[in-house]
Design a binder for this molecule. Structure first.
Ligand code: 25A
Ligand code: L14
Length: 335
C-alpha cells in the first residue's frame, strides 16, 4: 500500500498529543512524519511508534518539504496564517480550529455522516466543533429515517475543551486556587459561557453548534438552538438533545436505528443504572448514547443523552478518520 508524508501542527497541545496516540493506534500508511509547534516548544522530543522526533518551529517554510497531509490544531490564528501556505504547496490540511468551518469552499466533515464532502476539498478540510461532532453521528441516521424538524441542544462540556489551561483551572480549583483560564471558578460550578458572547446573547460555541449542524446535514434552514455549559469534568462532553421529527415513529425502532449506526455504542438500561457517563467515555473513540425516550410534550419528539471524549471523537479521532477516508479516496483514484 502506498505511504504518505504527514505533518502535525500544534503537536505539543492537548489535541496534538492525542493525534499522536490515535495515529499509533489506527495504523495509517505513514512514510515520513514531522511534528511542528510554536517556538516555545521547538527542540522538545516527541516519541511516535518508538522513534524519537524533534519538534520543529512552525514557519512559512515548514511545508517546502514533500508533505501530503497536515493535521492542524494550533488555534484559529495559526490556522488562518499557515493553512493557506500549506495548501498552496499541495498539502491537504485537516484543520481543527473554527477558522474555516463555515467557508463555502471548505468541506466540514464527520466521516460517518458526510464522507463524500471530502471530495470537494480545495486544500483545506475542516474538523467540526467537538460538541457538534458527537451530536451528528446520532442525528444523521435519525434524520434519514424520520426527518428532523427541530433540535434543542443543552451541553455539559469538559474543561479539556479549553486546552491545557482548562485542565489546570479545574486541578488548581479543586485545591482552592483561583482560575486563570475561565472567568469564574470551575470547581464546584457550572459556567453557562463557552467561547465569547455575541450581540444576540448567544455564545460563539452555541452559534457554532447551530451553523455546523445545518452545514453537515445539508439542511441550511433546520431549526436548531443550543445552550453550552462548562462543568467540572476533566474529559468528555455530555449533551442532552431534544429532537422533534416530521414523521411518527416507534420508540423501539428509534433505538434500533441508533444501535445500528456506525461509531455509536448504546448504553440504555436505566433500571440497572446503565447510561452513558463522561468517566467511561474518556479515552474511547466511539459516541455513547442512552436515556432514549419519547418527549411526551410534543407530537413526534424524543430526548437522548449523548457522551463522547471531546479530545478524541470531538477532535483528534475525527480528524484522523477524515485522513483515513481521504487516503481511501486517493487509493481509489490511484494517487
Ligand atoms: O482559536 P481556536 O480554534 O478557538 O483554538 C484555541 C485553542 O483551542 C485548542 C488549542 O489549544 C488551541 O490553541 N483547540 C483547538 N482545536 C481544539 C479542539 N478541536 C482545541 N481544543 C479542543 N478541541 P491546545 O492547548 O490544545 O493546543 C495548543 C497547541 O498549539 C500550538 N501553537 C500555538 N500557537 C502556535 C502553535 N504552534 C505553532 N505556531 C503557533 N503560532 C501550541 O504549541 C500547542 O501545541 P506551543 O509550543 O505554543 O505550546 C507548547 C506547550 O505550551 C503550553 N502553552 C500553551 N499556551 C501557553 C503554554 N504555556 C505557557 N503559557 C502559555 N500561554 C501548551 O499547552 C503546550 O504544552
Ligand atoms: O471551536 O473551549 O473547536 O471547550 C472547541 C473547544 C472552541 C473552544 C472549537 C472549548 C473549540 C471549545
Amino acid at each position: 500500500m502506498k505511504q504518505y508524508n504527514f505533518a502535525i501542527v500544534g503537536a505539543t497541545g492537548m489535541v496534538g498529543r492525542t493525534f499522536i496516540k490515535v495515529l499509533e493506534e489506527m495504523d495509517l500508511p505513514i512514510n515520513k512524519i514531522y511534528f511542528m509547534a510554536s517556538k516555545r516548544s521547538a527542540g522538545k522530543t516527541i516519541t511516535f511508534n518508538n522513534n524519537d522526533y524533534i519538534v520543529e518551529e512552525l514557519t512559512k517554510a515548514s511545508f517546502d518539504k514533500n508533505i501530503d497531509i497536515a493535521l492542524f490544531s494550533a488555534g484559529g490564528a495559526t490556522s488562518l496564517e499557515y493553512s493557506p501556505i500549506a495548501a498552496s504547496k499541495g498539502v491537504v490540511v485537516i484543520d481543527n480550529s473554527s477558522a474555516f468551518r463555515m467557508d463555502d469552499l471548505v468541506p466540514l466533515v464527520v466521516p460517518e455522516v458526510n464522507p463524500k464532502d471530502i471530495l470537494k476539498h480545495q486544500g483545506i478540510i475542516a474538523n467540526p466543533n467537538c460538541s457538534t461532532i458527537q451530536a451528528m453521528v446520532v442525528l444523521k441516521p435519525l434524520h434519514d429515517k424520520y426527518t428532523i424538524k427541530r433540535v434543542v441542544y443543552s451541553t455539559y462540556q469538559a474543561v479539556s475543551g479549553a486546552g491545557m489551561g482548562g485542565y489546570k483551572d479545574l486541578e488548581e480549583g479543586l485545591k482552592g486556587n483561583p482560575p486563570e483560564k475561565f472567568p469564574h471558578p470551575i470547581a464546584g460550578n457550572c459556567i453557562p459561557h463557552i467561547d465569547v458572547f455575541t450581540e444576540n446573547g448567544y455564545t460563539k460555541e452555541e452559534i457554532k453548534m447551530i451553523n455546523e449542524t445545518r452545514k453537515i446535514l445539508h439542511e441550511p434552514n433546520l431549526a436548531v438552538t443550543a445552550t453550552a455549559v462548562r462543568v467540572p469534568v476533566f474529559d468528555s462532553h455530555s449533551e442532552s438533545i431534544n429532537i422533534e421529527f416530521e414523521k411518527p415513529f416507534n420508540i423501539d425502532d428509534v433505538k434500533k436505528t441508533i444501535t445500528n449506526a456506525p461509531g455509536i455504542i448504546v448504553q440504555d438500561d436505566p433500571f440497572n443504572n446503565i447510561y452513558p457517563l463522561a468517566l467511561e467515555a474518556a479515552g474511547k473513540n466511539e459516541t455513547f448514547v442512552g436515556r432514549i425516550r419519547r418527549d411526551e410534550s410534543v407530537k413526534n419528539g424524543i430526548n437522548i443523552w449523548v457522551v463522547a471524549d471531546n479530545i478524541r471523537k470531538g477532535a483528534a479521532t475525527n480528524t484522523i478518520q477524515i485522513a483515513e477516508k481521504l487516503i481511501a479516496y486517493w487509493n481509489e483514484e490511484g494517487k
